[in-house]
Design a protein around this ligand. Structure first.
Ligand SMILES: [Zn+2]
Ligand SMILES: [Zn+2]
Length: 330
């Protein structure tokens, strides 16, 4: 389905990958929120993220919908519920002639201080993402991973710790988790993550003292934490005192991948549901029918079948995984 998910009775697309007349956007990641739609419906935060990125191209008519607020579109009623993925992220709930469909969008069940937690909604059809839908993917508590980073900072006070983080969501979550762990030093940010941090702050997410790394002198960065988008290059990192490279991503579970990227300190912190979260959510929503998309469909379909649920794969094109990088083998 090249256009994203289409709901015919309401004539709208969810996260369309091409320009459409009416789009519902689940969250601000660029493979879901694309520019140029005529009418865009999303949470206030998602609209703000789109406006920051696309300006006037964020959509000719933009309508904000609060979580839980119901909108009637002909015979269809629509509402958005928190998905717990990034600030403003939403599940889309559509109801038509007594049938309720929930589109999870990207989601996670872990607590995230930077966004509202996932809300379970029972339904007849649950359309789930499947980014980490293999039993090998079990994310450890994010607090523990942040603890490992802080231990390393204490252990190597002469080294700057450069952490690769996706600019929208992961970056701000890592900052918020560091603050929760009691870290109150300034955190240094790469130019590519600064505007989104500022926007999070404007939307009410407190991040504490941030400093642009561009303006910092080399000695100042010893023993400090620098956040940069993944894939920063070696030459850039060498400007820092004895740089130690880390990366925060669900893919860091795959050791060989961390090694391949030269990541010294892999941190398994993901904004996507892991295997347990995916399989448990599937049961909690009590949908007799599961549609699986956006990742590794087969294992989750098999698990749904084992639970006595009907399940099928939906092939949507045009989605990348933003959780750090693309999967290794695809
Ligand atoms: Zn996403
Ligand atoms: Zn996604």
């Amino acid at each position: 389905m090249p256009g994203g998910l289409y709901c015919e009775p309401a004539d709208l697309f969810i996260d369309p990958t091409r320009k459409v007349a009416r789009a519902v956007i689940t969250h601000g990641h660029s493979d879901h929120a694309r520019p140029g739609h005529q009418r865009v419906l999303a949470t206030r935060e998602t609209l703000a993220l789109m406006e920051a990125r696309y300006g006037a191209e964020a959509g000719a008519e933009r309508q904000a919908l609060a979580y839980g607020q119901t909108l009637r579109l002909g015979e269809v009623s629509l509402k958005l519920l928190p998905a717990g993925h990034v600030l403003g992220s939403a599940q889309v709930v559509l109801e038509y002639r007594g049938c309720r469909v929930v589109i999870s969008g990207d989601y996670k069940r872990r607590r995230d201080p930077t966004c509202a937690g996932f809300q379970v909604e029972t339904c007849d059809v649950f359309i789930t993402e499947a980014t980490f839908a293999l039993p090998v993917f079990r994310h450890p508590p994010a607090r523990d991973e942040i603890g490992r980073l802080l231990r390393s900072v204490r252990l190597f006070p002469e080294r700057s710790h450069v952490v690769g983080v996706y600019a929208l969501g992961k970056c701000q979550r890592v900052i918020a988790l560091l603050r929760e762990a009691g870290y109150d030093e300034p955190i240094y940010t790469h130019g590519a993550v600064e505007p989104l941090c500022a926007l999070y702050e404007r939307l009410g997410v407190k991040l504490g003292a941030l400093k642009p790394v561009a303006g910092a002198k080399k000695p100042e960065l010893a023993g400090k934490i620098v956040l940069a988008p993944p894939g920063f290059d070696d030459r850039w990192v060498r400007r820092f005192p004895e740089p130690l490279t880390a990366m925060a991503s669900g893919w860091m579970r795959v050791r060989q991948r961390a090694k391949q990227r030269g990541v010294e300190l892999p941190l398994v912190i993901s904004d996507h549901a892991d295997w347990d979260e995916l399989t448990e959510t599937m049961i909690e929503v009590r949908a007799p029918e599961i549609w699986v998309t956006h990742g590794r469909e087969e294992a989750l379909i098999r698990q749904a079948n084992l639970n006595g649920l009907k399940a099928r794969a939906l092939s949507l094109t045009g989605f990348e995984d933003e959780d750090g990088e693309l999967p290794l083998s695809s």
